[in-house]
Design a protein around this ligand. Structure first.
Ligand SMILES: O=C(O)c1ccccc1NCC(=O)[C@H](O)[C@H](O)COP(=O)(O)O
Length: 262
């Protein structure tokens, strides 16, 4: 394959910078060569296109902001989220800070019929290849990490049959995602350099995307704990991505149902 452009990870600040530089070291020299591509049979975008606000429920065992959240069994968590009405699952595969594992993808895929998002800090095309091979339907691409290379990573994901959730946190990143022709944009309420959450970020940037004529899917991410929290994105976002509040609830099925109830 033609090499993708180099990333400037030394410029990524804070906690996020530390994580992405660790991930880059993990994948230094990895091979993303395209062999036969397994055609996707579960479509992430289609699952979020249904009427109303869809839930992407995250299998999240730990995080830099929360520390240990819960020692979830990924398969049981996936079954509970599916029973609780989730439209898709986000499976964290980053091992050091989130307690994730690439192997969770295949295990979860065998247990539920929902589309899976590989939730990791993609800094090498081999991570997309792995996601496709493990049966993910989509992967997270962060504009704060990939910068001007976002479009090429997006095209590579599409060549592998993956959808991509292209994540932004401010106006500049949103404009870059739009110019990269993203089809699914996630707006993260969490500032990943400071870890502060501001639930006003998603409605603001989602309106901006729609005002710019974006007709793809929009996902509001992070910090949602109660049905009232979702009020400002109902009727605006296609989906919400929720991790910590569900994962730490002790009853994932019930927590998912209660969060999404109107
Ligand atoms: O969650 C963190 O502390 C975190 C720290 C550094 C980089 C990324 C981080 N989280 C990724 C996410 O944004 C969330 O896992 C996801 O959107 C769900 O958020 P939440 O419902 O608040 O757990």
């Amino acid at each position: 394959m033609t090499p993708l452009p180099p990333l400037h990870l030394d410029r990524v600040p804070g906690v996020l910078g530390r994580i992405v530089r660790e991930r880059a070291a993990d994948y230094a020299g990895a091979d993303a060569e395209l062999g036969p591509v397994r055609p996707a049979t579960r479509h992430f975008g289609a699952a979020l296109s249904k009427a109303g606000l869809s839930l992407i429920a995250e299998i999240k065992r730990a995080s830099p902001s929360q520390g240990e959240i819960a020692p979830l069994d990924p398969v049981q968590a996936a079954l509970d989220y599916q029973a609780g009405g989730a439209a898709a699952l986000s499976v964290l595969t980053e091992p050091r800070h989130f307690g994730g594992d690439l192997a969770f993808l295949e295990r979860v895929r065998g247990a539920v019929n929902l589309p899976l998002l590989r939730k990791d800090f993609v800094v090498h095309p081999a991570m997309l290849r792995e996601a496709a091979d493990a049966g993910a339907s989509a992967a997270l691409l962060m504009v704060s990490v990939l910068g001007e290379a976002t479009g090429e990573y997006l095209q590579f994901a599409h060549r592998l049959g993956l959808d991509a959730l292209v994540e932004v946190h401010d106006e500049r990143e949103l404009d870059l995602a739009l110019s990269a022709d993203a089809r699914i944009i996630g707006v993260n309420n969490r500032d990943l350099t400071t870890l502060n959450i501001d639930l006003a970020v998603s409605p603001r940037l989602i309106r901006r995307a729609r005002d710019a004529g974006f007709t793809g899917l929009l996902v509001a991410e992070s910090g949602y704990r109660t049905p009232a929290d979702l009020g400002p994105v109902r009727g605006l976002a296609d989906a919400v991505l929720v991790g910590s509040s569900l994962a730490g609830s002790g009853d994932l099925e019930r927590a998912a149902r209660e969060l999404m109830a109107q």
